[in-house]
Design a protein. Structure first.
Length: 493
């Protein structure tokens, strides 16, 4: 009778399989202390992730509930969580006070309360001690006597403070945020050259500059590679560093098997992290292993369901699988979560182009250019939409604007190729793709499957580029896949 259902007897903690740690409240009222309370949140999440068979919601999704007035049942439903951890973290000159409650999301009942105080003025040690204190008590409640060990290596307190501030800035994904993050993370590793997490953060920032079209690839790849090497020397099994090396192997080296090995190791090291799942999905996607890619991306999304980057990542995977209608549903979800993020509108425009809706695509691309300050990368997709709408002169005017803007902003050659394909200028498109291969453009590994490259993929010169990248055996993309029929659950659901 109970198959597929939830037992009504026993403690809710005994049957819990999913838990969300809501952002620790900062009772000091000083926004400058937010990074400390965020650090406590992150440490509790990291400690919980060491418990087996427990699904832990990731940081970016729970951060949406900072200062929320929603009830436990509503939060649990939105995050698909059985238990919630509510905490406060207050750091004052006289010491640290951290409190936590574990709440059953279905009933709102408080299952456990713990308080921690520390008279030291440090940051990392109180965070680690308090999170271990809380999680060990919770693990006893949920799993008997199993107790996780520390998941963060002790470093200098000032270096850790810089690391937390850098991570806080990095999550903004803007040029200012990434620049500030790099400065603080660099200072952290200067203070502690063996601080592996901070080195991995440095690598992630450099790779974000490339993936967000903010800098040419080669110097960023070189800096990221050096940072990854430093991280792995200090901590050879660090999941964050392995994931960063996988992105280098995928995007720069086209070493797809090496990247897959790193991502498998990263998933073992950090089983609750969403990024390795999405990175692995993208690795499968460029090789046209679409069902595997969708499964991986969907799993990663369950780990961080309200993270707009994660939702957008699934949209990308569905787009490359030519499930355009499903991709549009996902990108609209991402827009709901982050309406001011230009890349959400940009991907919406690309999907609409592939759905043969160029007028709608042009409106979405125009919105992306407004959000990004007419960045030339955004102008490229607007130009492609104009070309597909039968306005080649408007597209060429945008192409000229792109070239002028490229003097101060990086434009990936793949995006230039997208415009030329729309203008039916095959030679110019192939020349841009050839430069993209030479420059190790972040997006060139998608050439075998990207729908906007359909106009030139049969060119012998393009087939030679695919061979150079080891993608010559990727099957030719098929037609678009219709959306799931009403009333039938799709794989992504």
């Amino acid at each position: 009778l109970f198959v597929g259902g939830r037992l009504k007897d026993g403690d809710p903690a005994d049957r819990a399989r999913s838990i969300a740690v809501l952002p620790c409240r900062n009772p000091s009222g000083d926004p400058a202390q937010d990074y400390f309370s965020d650090g406590v949140t992150e440490q509790i999440i990291a400690q919980l992730s060491a418990l087996p068979d427990l699904h832990v919601i990731n940081m970016l999704s729970v951060m949406r509930f900072r200062g929320t007035t929603k009830e436990a049942r509503e939060i649990g439903r939105e995050l698909d969580a059985d238990l919630l951890v509510l905490c406060t973290a207050n750091r004052q000159p006289e010491g640290v006070r951290i409190g936590a409650q574990v709440v059953d999301a279905a009933s709102g009942n408080v299952l456990m309360t713990r308080d921690y105080t520390d008279s030291t003025s440090g940051i990392l040690k109180p965070q680690l001690d308090a999170s271990m204190h809380i999680v060990q008590a919770l693990s006893v409640t949920m799993r008997g006597t199993q107790r996780p060990g520390p998941t963060t290596a002790i470093t200098q307190d000032s270096a850790y403070s810089l690391y937390m501030r850098g991570r806080h800035a990095w999550h903004r994904s803007t040029l200012e945020g990434l620049t500030g993050a790099l400065q603080m993370l660099t200072q952290a590793v200067q203070q502690d050259p063996n601080f592996a997490l901070a080195w991995a953060g440095v690598a992630d920032v450099h790779l974000s500059f490339v993936g967000r079209w903010m800098a040419p690839p080669t110097p960023q790849y070189t800096a990221a590679e050096a940072a990854v090497a430093s991280a792995l020397r200090a901590q050879p099994s660090l999941g964050e560093a392995l994931a960063a090396r996988a992105r280098l192997r995928h995007r720069r080296d086209w070493n797809f098997e090496g990247a897959a090995q790193d991502l498998r190791a990263a998933r073992r090291a950090t089983p609750s992290a969403w990024q390795p799942y999405l990175d692995y999905a993208k690795l499968m996607s460029v090789q046209a292993r679409h069902e595997d890619a969708i499964t991986l991306a969907s799993t990663g999304l369950r780990l961080d369901p309200l993270n707009a980057l994660n939702v957008l990542g699934l949209a990308e995977i569905l787009y490359h699988a030519r499930r355009f209608d499903d991709a549009l549903v996902q990108v609209d979800r991402a827009i709901e979560l982050e309406p001011e993020f230009a890349f959400n509108q940009l991907w919406r425009a690309m999907i609409l182009i592939s759905l043969a809706r160029p007028e709608d695509a042009a409106r979405a691309a125009l919105r992306a250019t407004q959000l990004a300050g007419r960045h030339p990368g955004m102008l490229a997709i607007l130009a492609r939409a104009e070309a597909d709408a039968g306005r080649p002169e408007a597209a060429r005017a945008l192409l000229r604007e792109m070239r002028r803007a490229s003097a101060v902003a990086y434009v990936p050659p793949t995006l230039e190729a997208v415009v030329h394909i729309g203008l039916r200028d095959r030679d110019a498109a192939v020349n841009a793709l050839t430069r993209a291969v030479a420059e190790r453009d972040w997006f060139i590994s998608e050439l075998a499957v990207h729908p906007l490259a359909d106009g030139v993929r049969d060119d012998p010169r393009v087939r030679a580029l695919l061979t150079q990248m080891g993608l010559e055996r990727v099957p030719t993309p098929g037609p678009a896949v219709p959306a799931a029929a009403p009333g039938r659950r799709s794989a992504i659901e």
